[in-house]
Design a protein around this ligand. Structure first.
Ligand SMILES: C[S@@+](CC[C@H](N)C(=O)[O-])C[C@H]1O[C@@H](n2cnc3c(N)ncnc32)[C@H](O)[C@@H]1O
Length: 704
């Protein structure tokens, strides 16, 4: 398998200005893909890169530069246009900026020609071993990798899970073969016979293998190979675009029923929704067989995409939806409540893409700590150790994507020396949006394990001061460790409930509230979310988030000469944790307004959702999705806080609970019990973290 194929991440290019609608596969398209893949034998374990590729091809072709747009290798997270200002503030490396901007070969031209990475990596390994170098780190990795299992990012959830430290025996074996130490978790999909909606990219693995010649990748041939891959990607993009045009053309001329996407009859005869009895029998037999569920899901998607045409007489849309949601839950392993909640966020076909993307690990990415290293130097040092990497994209000057590595990325000398942070690309976004400036006073209200705190310290060039607050004392250890490792000298770690601000301290130029959330954006890293989140969790969380956001707003200094901003972010995709919280804040604090995040990609937030209307400015917020942007699901909103006038204060007190409020807001009086429960829950968690005995929840509740 090719070098990149081993760490294939689905799709590459960004969907700059994606709006969530763009390029959604039509029913026709899905059918066509399915037919293609079925022809190819319904191969198992293929990644859901298709839609991304199609969208890219379409968008990029429209823009007239498909060549750049479709790097089929799935080797990048979004390469979105970058703002000049961000570039300047994020990286001091001017030379590198030049190379990046020239766009010639993504910044690697000036490394030594003829350098054989594999050979060098082998010798480095030996050297390290002799010196007790890398080997000696493995035992202590946990300490260095900082974590706490429920951390949202960094070394905790994602990348480190990917690392395979292996046993000593493996080590020896691997040294011979130039080991790949970076491994994806085996997804459930890989054990399944076929995809729900097979895609044309299903043959991409073969393509990649063809592309990856056997010889060693050297500095000399890296660029040429990269160009060859780009050229191939461009050809693929053209083919895809052509296929898309054909599909669209065909949909303009009603297809015959036996067309690929018509009411085709799959193996097993005409599709019928199961009756209640059949479903009961299915349950008794231990649930449906995988191939039955797959087919049923495919059929339901097809029918729901053109209900009038394809639905069986007498069956309602809601019956198909109910069947599909139930099958999604069993096929992907979600509880029914969550599968429904997530399903409702998207049009039918896109929902499947989302669930599929959650089965695939996101790219492993690192952030250069510009307090200690320049990205170019860091990249060179890691390449010398046998790490295959490249810049994430033009939107960040500090990010690197790691494709494979023969060393544990969380234990290299550079890691230990604080030259980089293992950090999900999505985690860069709120910090870029906040844009902390040197000399400012900043609050990071919920900060452990410190990925964003340390990023802000770097942007502030270790000047000014950042108060890094974290409720959970146990988690302040990893936060402090990271602050030290990365050489941040302007950070004060503290441990309060965020809701105690600004009483504890206020008057900040900027505040980041990276709120505690359900983690529905990071399911690929933490599959437990699929089953352990209930309706009650979402109620409690959104209450907490609403309380925290008001405290965060009140902690901002409206008269700040340089700032006066708040960024609210979550790694969740649910509306109650995102737009509903933002809408609530806008209503409760008329002295704040939403401003553009400055992030040039991402889908606008929902202005309305399931019959509820939010403040129209909520569309200035940005959503990020695994299936669209190949990053963790994420949400970012940026506020400007202004001076509170008497009139505004009165307005906020009188603020009627609007249309959206009924569903998403809370009334302090009526919900007192819930708020108390949420406090109780936090207390329990904190006690647990300290190793204290915690009363069982039911007892605690009745006692309260
Ligand atoms: C999404 S994580 C923060 C990740 C962090 N910003 C980073 O980039 O590394 C949310 C954090 O909020 C903490 N937290 C939960 N409730 C809190 C509260 N009431 N006040 C402050 N922090 C809280 C959690 O313990 C968790 O560490």
């Amino acid at each position: 398998m090719g070098r990149r194929a081993k760490n294939k991440q689905g799709n590459p290019e960004p969907f700059a200005e994606a709006n969530g609608q763009a390029g959604r596969p039509s029913a026709k398209k899905l059918g066509k893909r399915k037919a293609n893949a079925d022809d190819a034998g319904g191969a198992a374990s293929k990644r859901p890169t298709k839609k991304l590729k199609e969208q890219e091809a379409k968008l990029e072709t429209q823009k007239g530069h498909a060549k750049k747009g479709n790097e089929k290798k799935g080797r990048t997270v979004p390469k979105a246009p970058v703002k000049k200002k961000q570039e300047e503030s994020e990286d001091e490396d001017e030379d590198e900026d030049e190379v990046m901007e020239s766009g010639s070969s993504e910044g690697w031209e000036n490394v030594d020609d003829g350098y054989d990475v594999k050979t060098e990596a082998r010798s480095l390994f030996r050297d390290s071993d002799e010196e007790g170098g890398l080997e000696s780190f493995t035992g202590d990795l946990d300490e260095f990798n900082v974590e706490d299992e429920d951390d949202e990012n960094e070394s905790l959830r994602g990348p480190v899970q990917e690392l395979d430290l292996g046993s000593d025996e493996e080590e020896e074996e691997e040294e011979e073969a130039v080991p790949v130490r970076l491994k994806g978790k085996k997804s459930k999909q890989q054990e399944r016979p076929a995809k729900i909606i097979p895609t044309g990219s299903d043959d991409s693995e073969t393509d990649e293998d063809e592309n990856d010649e056997d010889g060693p990748i050297t500095m000399a041939n890296m660029e040429a190979r990269s160009r060859a891959m780009d050229a191939k990607a461009a050809r693929d993009a053209e083919l895809d675009a052509e296929e898309m045009r054909q599909a669209e053309l065909a949909s303009d001329h009603e297809p015959p029923e036996d067309d690929m996407d018509g009411a085709e009859v799959e193996e097993g005869g005409e599709f019928q929704l199961p009756t209640a009895e059949e479903r009961e029998e299915e349950k008794k037999a231990g649930g449906p067989q995988v191939h039955v569920v797959q087919r049923r899901m495919r059929e339901c998607v097809r029918i729901l995409n053109n209900f009038r045409k394809h639905a069986a007489k007498g069956r309602s849309r809601s019956e198909y939806v109910a069947q599909l949601m139930s099958d999604i839950a069993s096929y992907y392993g979600y509880n029914e409540f969550l599968s429904e909640k997530l399903f409702q966020l998207f049009p039918v076909s896109e929902a499947i893409e989302f669930f599929e993307a959650n089965e695939v690990p996101r790219p492993v990415t690192i952030r250069t700590n510009t307090l200690r290293a320049r990205r170019r130097d860091l990249a060179q040092a890691l390449i010398n150790r046998g790490v295959n990497l490249e810049p994430i994209g033009k939107w960040t000057n500090v990010g690197l994507q790691v494709f494979e590595s023969s060393v544990p990325i969380g234990a290299t000398p550079e890691y230990l020396a604080g030259h980089y942070m293992l950090q999900a690309a999505s985690s860069f976004l709120p910090v870029i949006a906040l844009g902390p400036q040197p000399g400012e006073r900043v609050l990071d209200m919920a900060s452990a394990p410190g990925g964003k705190t340390t990023h802000m310290a770097a942007l502030m060039q270790n000047t000014g001061v950042i108060f890094a607050n974290e409720l959970n004392k146990a988690r302040t250890k990893s936060l402090t460790a990271n602050v030290h490792r990365l050489g941040c000298k302007n950070v004060v770690v503290c441990s309060y409930d965020g809701r105690e601000f600004p009483k504890v301290m206020g008057g900040f130029d900027r505040v980041l509230l990276d709120a505690p959330c359900s983690g529905t954006g990071v399911i690929s890293k933490d599959a437990s979310v699929k089953t352990n989140k209930t309706e009650r969790d979402f109620t409690l969380l959104s209450h907490l988030q609403k309380q925290l956001i008001l405290c965060a707003i009140d902690s901002v200094q409206p008269d700040s000469k340089t700032g006066g901003y708040l960024v609210y972010s979550t790694c969740s995709v649910t509306v109650d944790e995102n737009e509903a919280v933002v809408d609530y804040a806008l209503r409760k604090r008329p002295n704040v307004k939403l401003v553009e995040t400055g992030l040039e990609f991402g889908v606008p937030g929902f202005k309305s959702y399931r019959g509820k209307t939010f403040d129209p400015r909520v569309s200035m917020t940005r959503r990020f999705y695994p299936h669209v942007h190949n990053m963790d699901g994420f949400f970012v909103a940026k506020f400007k806080v202004e001076r509170r006038t008497k009139k505004a204060a009165a307005q906020s007190a009188d603020e009627p609970e609007g249309e959206a409020a009924s569903a998403f807001a809370f009334d302090d009086e009526a919900d007192k019990a819930i708020i108390e429960e949420s406090k109780e829950e936090l207390k329990r968690k904190s006690m647990k973290a300290k190793g204290l005995r915690v009363r069982a929840r039911a007892k605690a509740a009745s006692a309260a």
